[in-house]
Design a protein around this ligand. Sequence first.
Ligand code: NAP
Ligand code: 8YV
Length: 329
Amino acid sequence: MAAAPISSEKVDLLIYGPLRPILETGFPDNFNVHKAETRADLERLPAEVLGRIRGVAVTYHTVKTDAEVMALLPKLEIVASFGVGYDHVAAAHAGQHNIVVTNTPDVLTEEVADVALGLLIATLREFITADQYVRSGEWTRQNYPLSKGSLRDRKVGMVGMGRIGQAIARRLDASLVPVVYHSRKPAAGVAYQHYPDLIEMAKAVDTLVVIVPGGAGTNKMINAEVLKALGPRGVVVNVARGSVVDEQALIAALKSGDILAAGLDVFEKEPSVPAELIGMKNVVVLPHIGSASIVTRNAMDQLVVDNIKAWFAGKAPLTPVAETPVKGR
Ligand code: NAP
Ligand code: 8YV
């Protein structure tokens, strides 16, 4: 990405998606901030405004920033996206059109890893059903049955061993659970056994924790064959993207007993969750809350703001994505 000239003129900026306090108040006076919560709002903005916008802050993964959106903004220089995953932003297209894309890595890593381990334990030890057991008064009649699942006799295959995968693996280490992983290439400085083949890893473990990016390269990679290989003790935890797991194959495997249970923070068509999953007691469902604490979401919002401020101060953005490397600032 080439450096853009620095100017003393006010910068027109679009906040695209839901508004939050740090995004609304975080830009200094040299920015003219425009707002569009949805694609329809964006298309209602006057052409003259769209023609002046040089930066976009994408505030949620549900607002797609695709090639069509970028084409509406001829002066666009930077798309600063909220979240580490940016499969909702056409980053390769941006790279071809001299537009830099940034995301918010690192500031959410430990939070998401906490949720992944919590979701795994909640799934194995049936926290949600057990909670209901107390609330319904059932415990006063008899003790809750022993759980089929336990962390004690498990071997976890991480699908993805990047920033968050490694943070999850550290937590599993502390819990004395053996870990191996699958990714396209071995992760630098990581001593766990690497499986280049996902099916081979699924055969060797009984638990998959999925934490890869979404997008075409990982679409439905957790499919019927992988679930079958995992086997009847199998547990799948997905904190990546709904697109990574073939939801219909997962439902079928849970129904047939091909696998034991699943813990899911993400779904194919959020916020819609298949009724079959909701009806299953061996499934824990969360509403995509991996990073969703006030402290972590504030840090993510601040990084969106800081990327845009850095760019228009003539500096390198703090966290450009791989598709849009920045040179010469
Ligand atoms: P990261 O550091 O880039 O790690 C990604 C990992 O996935 C790497 O180990 C990478 O290794 C592997 N990978 C990528 N493509 C793959 C493929 N086609 N097949 C197998 N492995 C593949 O990313 P991160 O910071 O850990 O975040 C990972 C993802 O988690 C994000 O992109 C996002 O979708 C999701 N996430 C979800 C939540 C939530 O709220 N639930 C929160 C944060 C993040 P190789 O490149 O060697 O394959
Ligand atoms: C956010 C996430 O909930 O960072 C990610 O990739 O999935 C979550 O932290 C999501 O990006 C909100 O848009």
